[in-house]
Design a protein around this ligand. Structure first.
Ligand code: NAG
Ligand code: NAG
Length: 134
């Protein structure tokens, strides 16, 4: 209670008080960073395998994420994959646009139909997301 009174008093006295009022603003920033750090500290697990050739062949990309998080493919694997499989216990979707937008195609551990993505998304996936398979 004393603090409230003192703070109000200071604020009143230092009406031009940018220096006084500026102090609490940087103090709020570390809290925001702490929240971000906590989210990033959650362990990302490998959830998806993608290949640049049909039949789970060729260059392989293994994507790690938190379950349910959307990830954009790295530029070296963007618009490149032709087949994919979810890791055990997961179901994954790839999308033609970044940020899991546009048309998506889903598969489980058995992988893409006919071991190859349908032509509308073959060599066109830009993002992916995996959820627990039910
Ligand atoms: C994967 O999905 C297919 C159909 O989409 C289904 O037939 C198959 O049983 C599923 N496999 C697993 C391991 O859940
Ligand atoms: C995707 O790329 C592979 C390898 O370059 C090619 O064989 C395949 O025909 C392409 N698919 C489509 C739908 O263009």
């Amino acid at each position: 209670m004393h603090f409230t009174t003192i703070t109000s008093l200071l604020a009143t006295i230092a009406l031009a008080g940018n220096a006084v009022m500026a102090t609490p603003v940087p103090a709020a920033s570390p809290e925001g960073e702490a929240t971000t750090t906590t989210v990033e500290a959650r362990a990302e697990a490998p959830l998806i395998d993608l290949w640049d050739e049909a039949g789970f062949l060729g260059l392989k990309f293994t994507g790690s994420a938190n379950v349910g998080d959307c990830k954009n493919l790295p530029s070296k694997f963007n618009d490149l994959s032709s087949s994919g499989k979810a890791k055990a216990g997961f179901r994954c979707t790839v999308w033609v646009a970044k940020d899991c937008k546009g048309d998506g195609f889903s598969f489980n551990t058995s992988g893409s139909n006919s071991k190859q993505f349908p032509s509308w998304i073959d060599n066109k996936s830009s993002s992916w997301k995996c959820v627990k398979d039910e």
